[in-house]
Design a protein around this ligand. Sequence first.
Ligand SMILES: [Zn+2]
Length: 68
Amino acid sequence: MHEEPSAPARTTAPHPTSCPAPPPAGHSATTTERGSFCLARCTCGWVGPARRSRDRARADAAEHLAAS
Ligand SMILES: [Zn+2]
């Protein structure tokens, strides 16, 4: 009986090296400008109150990072 060669089996690589590692659990706060306001936001989803000055927003971010 004639057997057709099956498709080459896929080599199962353990893990692609191009896959980026997940970001380390933690917080990374930045300040964003919204109109004439500035507010702090974090990678964890936290968003600070809108401030009129960027320094205040930055202080909020620092406070959040310190509290976490
Ligand atoms: Zn955070």
